[in-house]
Design a protein around this ligand. Structure first.
Ligand code: CO
Length: 145
């Protein structure tokens, strides 16, 4: 059911400072342009790695869900991990059947990659906030099996 690790979400008080850190400390060369997702209350920037991405998340607006996270960890830190799934509805339903809580309405919304996403409550995943992302690629790879 689970596919590739798509990205690791990292909350930061400053995308600009984090971008500079990844560039200077780890010599990362491929860094996207930051962009706002007002509906989700976040500003996002993707750092490309050979096999995955880091998703930098900065609070956007007074109601941003990231404010609470940064109140506990002011310098930022790992916020979530995102796994690709072939079919997000069947993945959601399978998790619910195992007792997991899906955050929000439980209906997928369109995430930073423009694909349907859902979040699984950290209490069901050993304290890790897990994002599920339906990807056409996961579909294609699965279809080839
Ligand atoms: Co994410």
């Amino acid at each position: 059911m689970i596919g590739r690790l798509n990205h690791v979400g990292v909350a930061t008080p400053s995308i600009e400072a984090s971008v500079a850190m990844y560039r200077d400390m780890l010599d990362v060369m491929s860094i996207g342009a930051p962009f706002d997702l007002p509906a989700q209350g976040v500003r996002v920037c993707f750092i490309d790695l050979p096999n995955s991405q880091i998703e930098l998340i900065e609070p956007l607006g007074a109601d941003s869900p990231i404010h609470g996270f940064l109140a506990k960890t002011p310098k930022g830190g790992q916020h979530h991990v995102c796994f690709e799934v072939e079919d997000i509805i069947s993945a959601r339903d399978a998790l619910r059947a195992k007792g997991a809580t899906i955050l929000g309405t439980g209906e997928p919304r369109i995430g930073a990659h423009g694909t349907p996403i859902l979040f699984v409550h950290p209490r069901n995943m050993g304290g890790v906030l897990v994002e599920l992302m339906e990807t056409p690629k996961a579909k294609t790879e699965s279809g080839a099996h």
